[in-house]
Design a protein around this ligand. Sequence first.
Ligand code: IFM
Length: 451
Amino acid sequence: MPDLPQFPPGFRFGVSTAAYQIEGAVAEDGRGASIWDTFAHAPGRIRGGDTGDVACEHYHRWESDLDLIARLGAGAYRFSVAWPRIQPTGSGPVNAAGLDFYDRLVDGLAARGIDPLVTLFHWDLPQALQDEGGWNNRDTAMRFAEYAELVGERLGDRVKLWITLNEPYIHFALGHVQGVHAPGLNMLTDQLPVVHHLLLAHGLAVSALRRTSSAPVTLANNYSPVWPASASDEDQMAAAVYDMVQNHLFTDPILFGAYPPGYEFLTTADVDSIIMEGDLEVISQPIQALGVNYYNPSLIAAPPPGDLLPFARLPIEGYPQTAFDWPVVPDGLRQLLTGLKERYGDKLPPIWITESGCSWPDIDDQFRIDYIAGDLRAVRDAMDAGVEVHGYCTWSLLDNFEWAEGYHQRFGLVHVDFDTQERTPRRSFEWYGQVCAAAAPSPDGHPDPTG
Ligand code: IFM
């Protein structure tokens, strides 16, 4: 093992990706359009005019990409299923070719001894559902449950961990409030329906997956420890609101069966017209793991006078910065993990770090090695403080389509030349391979991801 603390037997190391960011082949084999196809093709939305049309051509290169994961020696691969490949318009009969693709992928992983960890929604909502109101429409949650059932029926015998939603907070905040991600909305009031329907979709999908698979189910939230900018009442208050929205809004309803105090500011409507009787029971049914994505803390101050948001995010200075200008604060991961344990206590299921990584372009990327090592030490520190963590997936296997930043940010252990599609493992690939190789098997040899 490189210079890192030991992880307990059975702790898993993996890599993560997502469909729209790597697959390409957006018009092949019956795939329908997603909100990201529409958004990326709208002028001025994505840096450099990039789109996910081709991305890493993973749809065609999946076998050699799985060979790379096998060469890395990772025990788990987290990928997402593109809903518009399974149901091109988000409802109705299955598109067999789409489901067959993921079936082959899962079999390909099994053949290489890699556990599939499957995300059902990594932001690529079928455009036809957006045309009906998207997550603002309660019906989208029902459609998501049907989609989850279709995928569960087909892959449920082999998947090792289900992740219903990826980062609902980011999808909500960047896609529906700030408008810098698809679907590009700027909803400044009445945001609660989007939040609630995402949570309801999660809950209904848990039921669908329980009917079709015995694998554990979770969702992956992007958490960020919140640092108030000062001790002033105004900054403390703004920080508390921010903490509620980013860290509690998509977790309290699931683990406590109730929205966090203060959530009502998200709507001017009567909340009972949005949260129907029985919804919170559906949302709060047991999950067997909690997915944690971590990138950096948030420094929060009171907003400038007249601002529409109740908080302001300030830059964090005095730390190294990634190529994306994100501060590198590994101890933030320890803070957030111990904070989750403090808040949720016995209700907190075992944690999987479903993402952690950085944008760094060099092939000789000591920066990324240090970054991942820092986060792994933070995870180990949190475990020593009593937090149960079962696995760690780094973001990402490959350089890929980084949403509004197009191909300008490179998060991969493997460099991708987007002109030739040539893959070149970075130095971090070899290093992370040593981390994976040093993982101690569980006493029974091959653990269940939450076992
Ligand atoms: O690329 C994204 C991923 O899709 C979701 N989590 C954060 C990553 C880096 O921005």
